[in-house]
Design a protein around this ligand. Structure first.
Ligand SMILES: NC(=O)c1ccc[n+]([C@@H]2O[C@H](COP(=O)([O-])OP(=O)(O)OC[C@H]3O[C@@H](n4cnc5c(N)ncnc54)[C@H](OP(=O)(O)O)[C@@H]3O)[C@@H](O)[C@H]2O)c1
Length: 214
C-alpha cells in the first residue's frame, strides 16, 4: 500500500522506516520538497522510499500519518482538506507548549476539545484515528522489546478505519490494543502523552510504556 508520512522528525522517521520494512511504498512529507532529513531518509530506505512536500505526500498516500509538530498541525492540514477526502489520517501529534519546565496543552486544544477533535472537525470527510501519541518514538514500532506487553490505545469515529489501524498496530508489534471510543477520547490520550514527558524526564530513557492491566 502507499503511505504518506507527514513530518521529518523522529516519529515520522520511525513510522516511515517500519512501513518500508513491512513492504509498503512510503513518501515522507515536509514544508519543502527537498528537506535534508527526508532526502537522507530516502537515500537510506531503497526504491520504495520517496519524499516531497506535504501536498505531494497526501496525494501519494492511500493512508496518511500525521507526525508534524502538534501546534502547527491545523495549518499544515488545512490546505489539504480536499486531498484528504475519504482517506484515513492517523494522527500522532500533540499540541504541547513547553514553558518553565512544564508541559501544557495549547489553550485552543484543551478543556472542551483536543487537537484530534479539531483535526476531525476540519476534515469531515476524512477518517481520523488518533494513536501512538503517548509513547516515545523509539517504542512505537518496537513494543515487543519490553519484557511485558504495553497497550496500544487508539480512538476515532469510524469503525472500519479503526479496524485498519488496529491491524497496522499489530504489524508494528502491538499485541495488546485498546479501543478508547470516538475521536473525543483524544482529550485523554493527549493528556496521557503530556504525562509521559515528566516520567521520561525521570527515567531518562524512552524504553518503557503504559500497560492496561485488566
Ligand atoms: N518525539 C516523540 O517521541 C513523540 C512521541 C509521541 C508523540 N509525538 C508527537 O509527534 C509529533 C512529531 O514529533 P517529532 O518529535 O517527531 O517531531 P517535531 O519536531 O515535533 O515535528 C517535526 C515536524 O513538524 C514540522 N513543523 C515544525 N514547525 C512547523 C511549522 N511552523 N509549520 C509546519 N510544520 C512545522 C516539521 O516540518 P519540516 O519537515 O518542514 O521541518 C517537521 O516535519 C509531535 O506532534 C509530537 O508531539 C512525539
Amino acid at each position: 500500500m502507499n503511505y504518506g508520512v507527514l513530518g521529518t522528525g523522529s516519529v515520522a522517521q520511525t513510522i516511515a522506516s517500519k512501513l518500508i520494512e513491512l513492504g509498503h511504498h512510503v513518501m515522507m512529507g515536509s514544508r519543502t520538497a527537498q528537506n535534508e532529513k527526508a532526502v537522507k531518509w530516502v537515500s537510506e530506505n531503497g526504491e520504495r522510499a520517496e519524499c516531497g512536500t506535504f501536498a505531494d505526500t497526501v496525494a501519494f498516500g492511500e493512508r496518511v500519518f500525521n507526525c508534524v509538530q502538534g501546534i502547527h498541525a491545523i495549518e499544515v492540514l488545512q490546505p489539504l482538506v480536499e486531498q484528504l477526502k475519504d482517506k484515513i489520517l492517523i494522527d500522532q501529534s500533540n499540541p504541547y507548549i513547553y514553558q518553565d519546565g512544564h508541559i501544557s496543552l495549547k489553550a485552543e486544544y484543551a478543556d472542551t476539545t483536543s487537537l484530534g477533535e479539531e483535526i476531525q472537525k476540519m476534515l469531515p470527510d476524512t477518517k481520523v484515528v488518533k494513536t501512538l501519541n503517548y509513547i516515545g518514538s523509539v517504542m512505537m514500532t518496537n513494543p515487543n522489546e519490553l519484557s511485558e506487553p504495553v497497550t496500544g490505545f487508539y480512538c476515532g469515529n469510524d469503525t472500519i478505519a479503526k479496524d485498519a489501524i488496529r491491524e497496522i498496530l499489530h504489524d508494528f508489534g502491538w499485541t495488546d490494543t485498546f479501543d478508547m471510543g470516538d475521536i473525543s477520547m483524544s482529550r485523554y490520550t493527549e493528556m496521557l502523552g503530556a504525562f509521559w514527558v515528566p516520567v521520561f524526564g525521570q527515567l531518562n530513557t524512552m524504553h518503557w510504556g503504559f500497560r492496561l492491566v485488566r
